[in-house]
Design a protein around this ligand. Structure first.
Ligand code: NDP
Ligand code: 2IT
Length: 442
């Protein structure tokens, strides 16, 4: 397909840089596929896939603790239902806008396809900033958010989950409100509490899955996680459980961060302390050095990439790792980089990793474990059964092994063997394209 096709799509979505970033990457990866399958170009599969099936935006009014009215904007992008109900997280963060949700929703289509489970792609959220809000304020916001959203979603239509700023607490408040409004107890959200339909391993899934994926990447060079020195940015759900799995695999994590700065503990981060600060106190990572005086705290989160490590895991936010950071990592001898966050590496950074033969695991493959266990939660809800931790974890592991295998195979067939960016984009696309072709022009 000509470059003109991409330019037309970009022009149709002005002022959306993050969406443009993913569209450009995927479009470039897919060139060999379009060559081999002219029927996809003819049926305008890419043009259709990049246009959301439905975009919902809505007003979210709520009352803060000082009895002041607050107004936020809510969104849900129902991007693709080609292979299953819309599925994807909700993000509550002050930077949320249409561009960010469209990039996340588009990536989600291909990611969900890679899991092998029947899930379409969607993403939603709000520009609500949960930092510094009381529990009551978060509850009132979540209830108001659901007061509009409930009419658009359902367990066979659109199933939500967490992302930045949305964890077990928020899922609980939204589920409660959905249940009250619809008088039904269904699996309309995943990441639920374990006593009311949640799945074991969902909390750990993205981080654990990421490390199962990294092990597969390392195996191709006859390496493993044992003994590796690791840097993991962020200190939220993904980063915490990535670090936990690193420790279980015999690696040493020396740095973590939040949006304020990063901690460096060369003895190895004490994860129990981080969990307490972040999961119990909802505090700042800078507090770590109070109980670990030998560790260092530095203002500014981007500095984390200057720390020497073998394995780097960007687990915080889009575009947090740029070309300069990538060069610093390479100079310090990094052997593998895998993205727990969505699109954390800029295109320039990815180029640096590829050029220097660093093993690189792109987000839509490497962090698919979260949504994969969300899919397993949906299966358990449909069965009205709960699987054990061991069974669910084993399924997660197998899914990550298969994603790596399929992305690697697609890279070999269509691109350069080991280019998992191309491999993941192609393997994810082919399944959705087939479904769209078979379902006619809808
Ligand atoms: P959380 O809200 O649990 O944690 C986000 C963490 O990132 C916080 O520690 C936050 O710090 C930190 N952070 C935010 N901005 C920056 C920054 N610029 N530099 C450094 N740290 C920063 O979110 P998750 O852990 O769930 O999500 C992290 C990433 O993983 C996102 O990209 C998300 O889309 C992706 N992801 C999440 C999945 C899930 O299941 N939760 C699944 C797949 C991907 P602070 O408190 O200061 O804001
Ligand atoms: O980006 C992601 O894959 C997620 N935030 C998880 C989505 C989900 O539905 O579990």
């Amino acid at each position: 397909m000509t470059d003109e096709t991409l330019q037309k799509i970009l022009k149709k979505n002005p002022g959306e840089p993050e969406f443009h970033q993913t569209l450009t990457e995927v479009y470039n990866s897919l060139q060999p596929v379009f060559k081999k399958h002219p029927e996809y170009a003819e049926a305008k599969i890419f043009e259709r896939m990049t246009e959301p099936e439905r975009t919902i935006t809505f007003r979210v009014p709520w009352m803060d603790d000082k009895d002041q009215v607050q107004v936020n904007r809510g969104y849900r992008i129902e991007f693709s239902s080609a292979i299953g109900p819309y599925k994807g997280g909700l993000r509550f963060h002050k930077t949320v806008n249409l561009s960010i949700l469209k990039f996340l929703g588009f990536e989600q289509i291909l990611k969900n396809s890679l899991t092998g489970l029947p899930m379409g792609g969607g993403k939603g959220g709000s520009d609500f900033d949960p930092h510094g809000k009381s529990d009551d304020e978060v509850m009132r916001f979540c209830q108001s958010f659901m007061n509009e959203l409930y009419r658009h979603i359902g367990p066979d239509t659109d199933v939500h989950a967490g992302d930045i700023g949305v964890g077990g607490r928020e899922i609980g408040y939204m589920f409660g409100q959905y249940k009250k409004l619809t008088n039904s107890f269904t699996g309309v959200l995943t990441g639920k509490g374990l006593t009311w339909g949640g799945s074991l391993v969902r909390t750990e899934a993205t981080g654990y899955g990421l490390l199962y994926f990294v092990e597969e990447m390392l195996k191709t060079r006859k390496e493993s996680m044992r003994g590796q020195v690791v840097v993991s940015s962020g200190s939220g759900n993904v980063s915490i459980y990535a670090v936990e799995k690193c420790e279980q695999m015999g690696a040493k994590v020396v740095a973590m961060s939040d949006s304020g700065g990063y901690i460096y503990d060369k003895e190895g981060i004490n994860l129990a302390t981080v969990k307490h600060i972040k999961e119990v106190d909802r505090g700042r990572i800078s507090e770590y050095v109070k109980s670990h005086p030998k560790a260092e705290y530095h203002d500014g989160s981007a500095g984390i990439w200057s720390i020497k490590c073998d394995v780097a895991l960007p687990n915080a936010k889009e575009n947090e790792l740029d070309e300069k950071a990538a060069q610093a990592l390479v100079k310090n001898g990094v052997i593998a980089v895998a993205e727990g966050a969505n699109m954390p590496s800029t295109p320039g950074a990815i180029k640096v990793f590829h050029k220097n033969s660093v093993l690189f695991g792109p987000a839509k493959a490497a962090n698919a474990g979260g949504v994969a266990v969300s899919g397993l939660e949906m299966s358990q809800n449909s069965q009205r059964l709960s699987w054990t931790f061991e069974e669910t974890d084993a399924r997660l592991k197998q899914i990550m092994v298969d994603i790596h295998k399929n992305a690697l195979a697609a890279s070999e067939q269509y691109s350069t063997k080991g280019n998992l960016v191309d491999g993941a984009n192609i393997a994810g696309f082919l399944k959705v394209a087939t479904a769209m072709t078979q379902q006619g022009l809808v």
